[in-house]
Every structure is written in C-alpha cells, then in structure tokens.
Design a protein around this ligand. Structure first.
Ligand SMILES: [Zn+2]
Length: 234
C-alpha cells in the first residue's frame, strides 16, 4: 500500500490555518508549531507574513470571481527568491528544499517560509488558473455557527466585501437576512476539487445539513431532541 504523499508545508493548508487566526499571537503560535520550538519574531514581521497570505488568498478569490489576475506583485517577489536544499539539524516541518533566508534569525526564516509559499502559489497559478484545465481551487460550501462572529478580528483573512460575495453564492444565506444570521458563517477552507466539489470535510457536510434543516424548520432540533428523549425513556 502506498503512503499518501503530503507536502510538509502547503500554501493551501496555510491559507486554511490563516482563516482561524484572530490576533498576531496566533501567527506566532503557528510558526512555533511549524518549527517545534519557541521563536523570536517581531510583530511587524508576523503582520507582513499575514499580509503575504492575504495577497495569495486574493489571487484565489480573483480567479474564482473571474476578475483579471494581477500577478505583478507575485512576479516582483519571485525575482528575489533563491532556492536551495537545507540540512535540517532540528526536527521541524520545513521542507529541506525551500527559499533561502537572508539571515540566521527567526524573522528571516519566516520570510523564507513566506517566499516558499509564494513560489508554491505561483506554480499552482501557472498549472491551474492560467490553464483552465478543470481542476480548481474550491471554497467549501459548509456552514457553521459562530457565536463570536460579530467580535472583530485584528487579522481578518477575508475582507468583508469579499465575504459578502461568497455568502451570496449560497441560496440559503441569500434567502435569510444576512445581518440576522451573521453567526452562521461559511467555512473559509480551500481545497483542490472540481465544479461538483462542495465540502472540505464530512464534519462540514454534517454541520451544513443540520443548519439548513433548522433554518427551514426551526422546530427541527427541538423535535429531534424530543424524539431522542422518548427513545431513551422507552
Ligand atoms: Zn468546510
């Protein structure tokens, strides 16, 4: 049996992680998990990393909504990136073939991680976005409830104007008053699929089924609980 090939650092997975970040400390925690140790990075570098990811995400969104892709920023960054194999004395999740860091410090290392992800994204844009060969980067159509949805995040991965467009894609969110149902969120996860792909996971599929049922019939959950109690009592 062949093992599933999984890259150690994957730009799509990192964008999915990013959608969970609420504050600058979350970026640092992610970087520490990647390296398997504590890091010393300034907030400015952490913010710049987050901004790089936002730019990659914007390319995905522009492609999805069939806007002209502005690749100038990507091309400019790629010009200064140099790749090499790295010996790994420490146990971490970095690929050994990656962008070179300008210095030995953690901040330089994070910039090199960013460069590596930018390179991966450029490869994907070349292979799929510019070829239009059927494979696509889909955004999950899953719904979930988030009671903290109205609390503002310091690091919103998805700009509000973009999020409105993504919400408008889902009939169930259009039918309902968007403001009223603000705690119902669309899953921000991206995954490689085709035009029929809908969910990033079974958990999303299940949660969406429950929410749609409940929106169509507000008594659904109460009824379900009642049936469950009756079953237990009998
Ligand atoms: Zn999902």
């Amino acid at each position: 049996m062949r093992a599933k090939v999984k890259p150690r650092l994957d730009w799509i997975q990192v964008l999915n992680e990013q959608s969970e970040w609420r504050q600058i400390e979350d970026v640092k925690k992610w970087f520490e998990l990647l390296l398997g140790r504590k890091v010393q990075v300034t907030d400015a570098v952490l913010k710049a990393f987050d901004l790089d990811l936002c730019r990659l995400r914007q390319l995905v969104y522009d492609h999805h909504f069939q806007r002209t892709l502005d690749l100038s920023w990507l091309e400019e960054r790629l010009q200064s990136i140099r790749f090499a194999f790295h010996a790994e004395p420490e146990k971490n999740k970095l690929p050994s073939f990656r962008a070179c860091a300008a210095g030995d410090d953690d901040s330089s290392l994070l910039v090199s991680v960013s460069d590596t992800l930018i390179h991966q994204c450029a490869q994907f844009v070349s292979d799929y976005f510019l070829k239009n060969d059927g494979a696509d980067l889909c955004r999950c159509q899953g719904l979930y409830r988030d009671q903290n949805a109205l609390n503002t995040s310091v690091l919103p991965a998805v700009p509000v104007t973009e999020e409105i467009l993504w919400r408008q894609e889902l009939a169930v969110l259009v039918e309902k008053n968007l403001q009223e149902e603000a705690q119902i969120q669309r899953c921000a996860d991206l995954f490689v699929g085709d035009s029929r792909s809908r969910f990033c996971s079974d958990a999303c599929r299940f949660s969406t089924f429950q929410i749609i049922k409940q929106l169509q019939d507000p008594a659904y959950l109460a009824e379900k609980q009642k049936r469950y109690r009756q079953k237990k009592e009998s």
